[in-house]
Design a protein around this ligand. Sequence first.
Ligand SMILES: C[S@@+](CC[C@H](N)C(=O)[O-])C[C@H]1O[C@@H](n2cnc3c(N)ncnc32)[C@H](O)[C@@H]1O
Length: 343
Amino acid sequence: MKTSFILQVLAIAVVASNCVAQDKSVNPEINKSFVKPDVSTFVERFEKEGREVYDHREEIVEACQLKPGMVVADIGAGTGLFTRMIAPRVTERGQVFAVDIAKEFVAHVEKVCQDEGIKNVKGVVCTSESAELPADSVDLAFICDAYHHFEFPYKTMRSIYHALKPDGQVVLVDFDRIEGQSSDWILSHLRAGKATFVKEIELAGFEVVEERDFLATSYWIRFKKSERKTDSKHTTDSVDDVKRLVADGTAKLIDVREEGEWDAGHLAAAVLVPLSMLRNLPADQLKTKLAAELPKDKIIYSHCRSGGRVLAATPILEQLGYDVRPLALGYAALVDEGFEKAE
Ligand SMILES: C[S@@+](CC[C@H](N)C(=O)[O-])C[C@H]1O[C@@H](n2cnc3c(N)ncnc32)[C@H](O)[C@@H]1O
């Protein structure tokens, strides 16, 4: 009983420390200029010759291969440069969501569209953690020069993942940040380059399907949704990724073994969620119990003794809406890989 109580306290401490990390923006200053933006200043800045994505706007949109009837979300729409180009291509059979954290931009895009008789654009004021789009509604999420502004990239990309239809895709256009090569502005403005952003988006549940090479200082990449699972249905995420994402609070680690095994030894970062509980607790009770310890906006890495029981736990957790990723490595193997054992 006493051990159990101490473990509960430890588990709460782990939850608390992870919450702090998870709540931290990856770049707290990046959207300062978009707080109550003076829209006309940004129209001049975003819609002018000399801005690479403006000069190549036709090719950028052409490459998206839009079709009448498609539903497109322009994420981080800004002044609506691309929203207005996408709208006629999807026709009034389709729709464009102009999504932005700045309500001034969204109001501006809606007004301009109304003035220009564009009827298939709907503005969405979102949050820095979620695109706030209806589930399973979008064919293409278009993200131009906006990903590097995402302060909570995993959460935003997961919200986009849920908004996309099963065969929905993402097109990402962003500056390539190359040490020793990119301009000083790019080096100081962007927190990372292409490889990091692609990796982050892959970890949010996508894979690259196409890359176009017509921009000098930016890249154009198309992603589709991906299961990211091996033939045995374990996650393809590497042990290093798991360690990093658990440490920075993007992910939580659960142990689906039974209490006796847990008491004999477990990982310091893990939370006990026995498979027997997942299987036997009535759904509503299970939901309430898990809600306290497992937030739905985190990746859930699951482990057991040797990679078997995690597979049985996966559909139960998925049914409850978790992004659950079963590890093939069991408890002892994870200790060998450097995961800390609980005292
Ligand atoms: C550099 S502007 C790009 C505007 C437009 N896509 C273009 O290329 O002209 C970046 C935009 O992303 C928006 N933004 C920042 N974080 C966001 C988030 N988490 N979700 C949606 N929009 C965001 C900003 O308010 C801003 O309008």
